[in-house]
Design a protein around this ligand. Structure first.
Ligand SMILES: Cc1ncc(COP(=O)(O)O)c(C=O)c1O
Length: 440
C-alpha cells in the first residue's frame, strides 16, 4: 500500500509539468500583433474590427447573424429581450449553472423555473415537462462543462409546447451533438468569451441566430450606435426608438478583444481537437476505477466536448466507502494533481436571490412578484440535482502522453488507496462554489 501524500507520503507528481500544458488561451505573436495594432493606432472604437469578427464568427457558427457584446451575461440578456421575455413569463433553466445563464430574467419581471440535471450535469430532458406551464416563454439550455445537452428530446418538447430555446454556449463553442454544431439548435445562442472560457478572447460575449426579428431586437438592446435604419430594417415596432440603447444598458464589445478573437477563431478548431485527444486519453487511463465516472460523450455518434471547458468527473462516494468528495479532492491536490477541486457551481435554486430578493422594492420577492403561484415551492423537486458530486481534473491543452499518464497515475493512486482517508473524514460539506468564495 502506497502512503498517500495527504498523510505524509511522497506526492505522485513531485515536479509539475511546464505551464504551457495548461495555459489557455494559446497566444502567439499573431494575437499580440492584432492587439497591438488596436493600441498603436488607437482603434478602440469606430472601426470594423468587431463587425468583421461577427461575420467570421457567424459563418463559423453556421448562423446567419452574430452580434458581439461586452460579456456573456449581456449577450444572454439581449437574447432574452430579443425573444420578447416579459413580465409574468417563466423561463426554464437547469439549476446547476453560472448565475449569468438566467438571473437577468428577473430584470424583465420574468421568473426563472429550475429544472433538474442528470449525471452529465446538464439539463435532464425527463424533468422538462414538469417545469412547463402556460406561462413558460423560454428555456435556457447550458452545455455545461462542454457536455452537449441531449438536444433531440429537448427540442421535441420545446417545439411541442411552443417555447423559445436559448442555447447558453459559454462552455461549448464548436461542440457537436450527433453531427450538428451546438448553437444551431435553439432559436438563439449566446455565450461568454471571457478569459478562461473554451473560446476565450478577453472579456466578451456573442449572440448568434438566424431569425431577423431576433437579430434586430438583440441589436437594439445595448447597441445604441447600431440601433438605426442601417441595421433595423424589418422590425417596425423598434423604429420609433432608434439611437438609444433599449434596456438602458450599453453592451458593445471591446475591439481589443474582438481583434484577438479574430485570430483565436482561425486556430480554435484544431486546438480543440488536440484538447479532446488529450482529455479522452486521460479518461481512458482511469475509466476502470471505482468511485469516478468520466463526464464525456461517445464521439463515434458525432458528438463531442468542444474545447472541454473546465473538465470534471462525477464522484460516487458510495463506491469508495462513503469517502467525502472534499477529502478525496484534498488528497488529489496533495498528490500534485492539477485541478482536484470539488463541486462546480452550486445549484442556483439554493441561493437567496431566487427565494427572497426584492429587486423592485415591491415588498415581494421578485421571482414570484408577477406570478400567479409561488414557484419556489417547486424547488423541492430539485434535491437530486444537489446530490451530484463532481471534481475537477487537469485541463490539458496538448497531447503530451507522458504528462497525461503521470497525472492519471496521481488520480489512480488516490482511488486505489482511498481507505487510508476514511479515518479523519469528518468535514463533509456540499461540493461547489459561488464566485468570490475562497478557492473559487
Ligand atoms: C454557463 C455560463 N453562462 C454565462 C456566463 C456569463 O458570461 P460572462 O462572465 O462573460 O458574463 C458564464 C460565465 O462566465 C457561464 O459559465
Amino acid at each position: 500500500m502506497e502512503k498517500l501524500a495527504l498523510l505524509g507520503g511522497k506526492p505522485y507528481v513531485e515536479t509539475q509539468a511546464d505551464e504551457s500544458l495548461f495555459k489557455w488561451p494559446i497566444f502567439t505573436e499573431e494575437d499580440m500583433e492584432a492587439a497591438m495594432d488596436v493600441v498603436r493606432n488607437n482603434r478602440f472604437s469606430g472601426t470594423d474590427i468587431t463587425t468583421k469578427f461577427q461575420d467570421e464568427f457567424a459563418q463559423w457558427q453556421g448562423r446567419k447573424y452574430a452580434i458581439a457584446y461586452c460579456n456573456g451575461t449581456m449577450s444572454l440578456t439581449a437574447a432574452m429581450f430579443a425573444i420578447g421575455l416579459g413580465v409574468g413569463d417563466e423561463i426554464i433553466c437547469p439549476t446547476k449553472t453560472y448565475w449569468g445563464s438566467v438571473s437577468q430574467a428577473l430584470n424583465f419581471g420574468a421568473a426563472p423555473v429550475f429544472c433538474n440535471i442528470d449525471e452529465t450535469l446538464t439539463l435532464d430532458p425527463k424533468d422538462l415537462e414538469r417545469c412547463i406551464s402556460p406561462k413558460t416563454k423560454a428555456l435556457v439550455v447550458v452545455h455545461y462543462f462542454g457536455h452537449p445537452c441531449d438536444m433531440d428530446p429537448i427540442m421535441e418538447i420545446a417545439r411541442k409546447h411552443n417555447i423559445y430555446v436559448i442555447e447558453d454556449l459559454s462552455h461549448a463553442q464548436g461542440g457537436m451533438y450527433k453531427g450538428r454544431k451546438l448553437g444551431t439548435f435553439g432559436d438563439v445562442a449566446a455565450m461568454s468569451m471571457m478569459s478562461g472560457k473554451s473560446f476565450a478572447c478577453g472579456e466578451m460575449g456573442m449572440l448568434a441566430c438566424d431569425d431577423r426579428t431576433i437579430y434586430e431586437r438583440a441589436m437594439a438592446f445595448g447597441h445604441y450606435e447600431r440601433n438605426n435604419e442601417k441595421f433595423i430594417k424589418e422590425t417596425d415596432e423598434l423604429k420609433p426608438y432608434f439611437h438609444i440603447a433599449l434596456g438602458g444598458v450599453k453592451g458593445r464589445a471591446n475591439q481589443l478583444c474582438a481583434a484577438i478573437g479574430r485570430v483565436q477563431l482561425k486556430y480554435y478548431d484544431e486546438r480543440c481537437a488536440e484538447i479532446r485527444k488529450a482529455m479522452n486519453y486521460f479518461w481512458d487511463l482511469v475509466e476502470d476505477l471505482p468511485g469516478i465516472r468520466a463526464i464525456r460523450v461517445d464521439e463515434s455518434e458525432g458528438s463531442n466536448m468542444a474545447g472541454w471547458y473546465s473538465p470534471h468527473g462525477l464522484y460516487i462516494s458510495d463506491e469508495l466507502h462513503g469517502l467525502s468528495v472534499n477529502r478525496f479532492c484534498q488528497a488529489l491536490r496533495a498528490e500534485g494533481l492539477v485541478g482536484g477541486w470539488d463541486g462546480g457551481n452550486f445549484c442556483l435554486h439554493t441561493h437567496d436571490l431566487f427565494k427572497t430578493f426584492d429587486l423592485f422594492g415591491m415588498g415581494t420577492p421578485t421571482r414570484i412578484a408577477f406570478s400567479e403561484r409561488d414557484l419556489r415551492v417547486d424547488d423541492a423537486a430539485l434535491k437530486r440535482s444537489e446530490e451530484y458530486e463532481c471534481f475537477s481534473i487537469p485541463w490539458f491543452k496538448h497531447f503530451d502522453k507522458e504528462w497525461i499518464e503521470k497525472y492519471a497515475g496521481a488520480l489512480r493512486k488516490v482511488v486505489e488507496n482511498h481507505e487510508q482517508l476514511l479515518e479523519g473524514d469528518e468535514e463533509r460539506k456540499q461540493g461547489g462554489r459561488w464566485y468570490g468564495m475562497e478557492n473559487a
